[in-house]
Design a protein around this ligand. Structure first.
Ligand SMILES: C[S@@+](CC[C@H](N)C(=O)[O-])C[C@H]1O[C@@H](n2cnc3c(N)ncnc32)[C@H](O)[C@@H]1O
Length: 235
């Protein structure tokens, strides 16, 4: 397969060129994007900013998992900012991983490892690895919402995105990735979790998460004032 540094409109896609990132004065990164990768959403840059804050405040975090990395935007951005930390970026899509690896090389990064999830169970690819911080922007559209004709009318751009980035099979409400990640990371002695969500997910997830012992949970709003991010710390 031939790759080029393109967005769908054939121009170089510079993450740092987006207004919200410029505001925080990040170093620029270049990403390859194609039909197998989601175009990073503006909210994801806010997720990255929250992650930077967590990493600056908590020096114990050495190994970070970017689960469902897609284009690799989260891992690549953070790996450039924190060269002494190790990032393990995973995805179920080998095509997306292939491209993310190329973007990592394009940015001359040596601290990102890529892994494929081959069996659909969230986090199974990390097996017994030692991870300190889990970051994920998983597919969060439920099948019920996706199959409602109003959904594609409201978000026609979704038709151009890879389906595996939008929904996961059998997930009626868009909750499964979060619940599986939380359940499966609980065995791995994680210090922090950071998720990009929608408001409905957050309301539901908040009713489930207190089951993880000794955690502090923060809900962070996006720039439009909607509950969007969930940050969970173990103390
Ligand atoms: C919403 S996209 C996020 C992409 C990128 N992290 C971003 O923020 O722009 C979700 C990603 O999760 C991947 N994915 C879906 N199921 C997965 C699974 N079971 N394990 C790992 N990744 C998965 C999809 O292929 C997709 O790349």
């Amino acid at each position: 397969m031939k790759y080029s540094i393109v967005q769908r409109n054939k121009i170089i896609y510079e993450v740092n060129g987006l207004v919200k990132v410029k505001k925080y004065n990040f170093n620029g990164i270049k990403l390859y994007l194609n039909k197998y990768t989601l175009i990073p959403h503006p909210d994801t840059f806010q997720l990255i900013q929250i992650a930077i804050d967590v990493l600056k405040r908590n020096r114990r975090i050495k190994v970070i998992a970017d689960v469902g990395t897609g284009s690799g935007v989260i891992a690549i951005f953070l790996a450039k900012k924190f060269p002494s930390k190790t990032f393990i970026a995973s995805d179920i899509s080998m095509e997306a991983l292939d491209l993310a690896k190329k973007s990592s090389a394009l940015n001359k990064l040596k601290n990102v490892i890529f892994l494929q999830n081959t069996n659909n169970i969230w986090l199974s690819e990390y097996k017994n690895m030692k991870i300190d911080f889990v970051i994920s922007n998983p597919p969060f559209v439920g099948e019920n919402e996706f199959n409602d004709t109003k959904f594609l009318q409201a978000y026609p751009e979704v038709k151009l995105e890879p389906l595996s980035a939008i929904i996961t099979s059998g997930d009626k409400y868009g909750w499964n990735p979060y619940l599986q990640i939380i359940k499966n990371t609980n065995k791995l002695y994680i210090l922090s979790w950071l998720f990009q969500c929608n408001s409905e997910n957050i309301k539901f997830l908040l009713t489930k998460i207190p089951k993880i012992a000794k955690t502090k949970i923060s809900v962070i709003k996006d720039i439009n004032g909607f509950d969007r991010f969930l940050l969970i710390h173990k103390y």
